[in-house]
Design a protein around this ligand. Structure first.
Ligand SMILES: [Zn+2]
Length: 97
């Protein structure tokens, strides 16, 4: 069995299932019972979400030519400074320069 697409002039596109090679060129619309023409379209080429295809593409590229990194991504090399610097009570007892 395969799914075929038909387009009703009044209700738009709908799908119908027939054995492979036996789909009629016209089918009855389930909504208005009018004759609908068969439509040829690309078979599920856009069914996969973009983030998934991007992740699969990156996994494929990584298997062939892994990226070289000099540090762990997302980690800072230098400790933070300024007012957002985390403080520890023991730091006050350290000798000052
Ligand atoms: Zn219809």
């Amino acid at each position: 069995m395969a799914t075929y697409e038909y387009r009703c002039p009044r209700d738009g596109a709908f799908d119908a299932t027939y054995p492979i090679g036996q789909a009629p060129t016209r089918a009855r619309c389930a909504t208005c019972s009018a004759e609908a023409d068969r439509v040829f379209s690309a078979p599920l080429l856009n069914a996969m979400p973009h983030p998934l295809t991007a992740a699969l593409d990156q996994a494929g590229r990584s298997a062939e030519a892994p990226e070289v990194v000099s540090r762990i991504p997302g980690r800072r090399r230098t400790p933070p400074t300024g007012p957002n610097r985390p403080s520890h009570p023991g730091h006050a007892r350290l000798p000052r320069p």
